[in-house]
Design a protein around this ligand. Structure first.
Ligand code: AMP
Length: 286
């Protein structure tokens, strides 16, 4: 495994691999790697000859009061996780490499970026879309691996790639969870033992909602209020939002049909957790 920090070495190394007919799978991350990231790497490695993982805490996707400075970083630990997954290249660029002096170009995927998390994190998805486009220009992979844990990110990036005709395949990997159901996240390390115990309720609430829908519930407001009630009743978390929207357009729904994304964000102290499930309903009336 190589750790590469500059674009020209990255380009040369990948051009050499491509010239020998090899394909490239790319996993963009912010590091502090866990089993969720490992699942993306494993799938990329299974489907491609070369797996590139980027580790870059992207400043443009953090708001001024968010945890950019405090975001956990540990490249030694990350290297050993990546090595275990047989990653070929860790791309570890500096801020100056990603945003060189004079950098002026940002990507705004309208509508999709201003709902759900976007309503509470203005500019977040502009930063995400920009850094992913920037990384794709540097890595030029055949396929991009994303986690469904960040479902809105999947919708935003897939739309950007469609609209800009970027020839890269998107592969979405299911959310990897702790044994009690909590979605793995680099931010989970910031939960106190009590918050950590409570945090499992998020997924339980989503699962109960899914069961209710499977049993015939079709009213979005009732699904949302059921989830809210459970989280408010069983945790000290502050709910930022709970929403049922159409997947993958993220349009609001009153009556549930087709593909439904149930998404939520809850703050435990300063730690903001997100989770979601997608429910696929047949279009036939029940
Ligand atoms: P991050 O480092 O948090 O920016 O995440 C990098 C990639 O890993 C994104 O595509 C995330 O959706 C994905 N990811 C993060 N957590 C998980 C998880 N628990 N399961 C699956 N994928 C994940």
């Amino acid at each position: 495994m190589r750790i590469i920090t500059d674009i020209s070495t990255l380009r040369k190394t990948l051009a050499h691999a491509r010239a020998r007919g090899k394909t490239v799978g790319f996993v963009p991350t912010m590091g502090y790697l866990h089993e969720g990231h490992a699942a993306l790497m494993r799938q990329a490695k299974m489907e491609h000859d070369v797996c590139v993982v980027s580790i870059y805490v992207n400043p443009t996707q953090f708001g001024p009061t968010e945890d950019f400075k405090k975001y956990p970083r540990d490249i030694r630990r990350d290297s050993s996780v990546a090595k275990k997954e047989k990653v070929d290249i860790i791309f570890l660029p500096s801020d100056n490499t990603v945003y060189p002096q004079g950098y002026l170009t940002y990507i705004d995927v309208e509508n999709l970026s201003s709902v759900l998390c976007g309503a509470y994190r203005p500019g977040h998805f502009r930063g995400v879309a920009t850094v992913v486009a920037r990384m794709l220009g540097m890595v030029r992979p055949d396929a991009l691996y994303l986690g469904s844990k960040d479902a809105q990110q999947v919708a935003v990036i897939s739309t950007m790639l469609r609209d800009l005709d970027v020839p890269v395949q998107v592969r979405v990997v299911p959310t990897v969870r702790e044994p009690d159901g909590l979605a793995m996240s680099s931010r989970n390390v910031y939960l106190s033992p009590q918050q950590r115990r409570e945090a499992k309720v998020l997924y339980q609430a989503l699962q109960e909602a899914k069961t209710g829908i499977r049993a015939g519930e079709r009213k979005a407001s009732r699904v949302v209020s059921g989830i809210r009630r459970k989280i408010a009743g069983q945790t000290s978390g502050k709910i930022q939002y709970v929403a049922c929207v159409q997947w993958p357009t993220l349009k609001p729904l009153t009556k549930l049909q087709d593909q439904v994304l149930i998404a939520l964000a809850v703050c435990f102290g300063k730690t903001r957790l997100i989770d979601n499930v997608i429910v696929r309903l047949s279009s036939r009336k029940v």
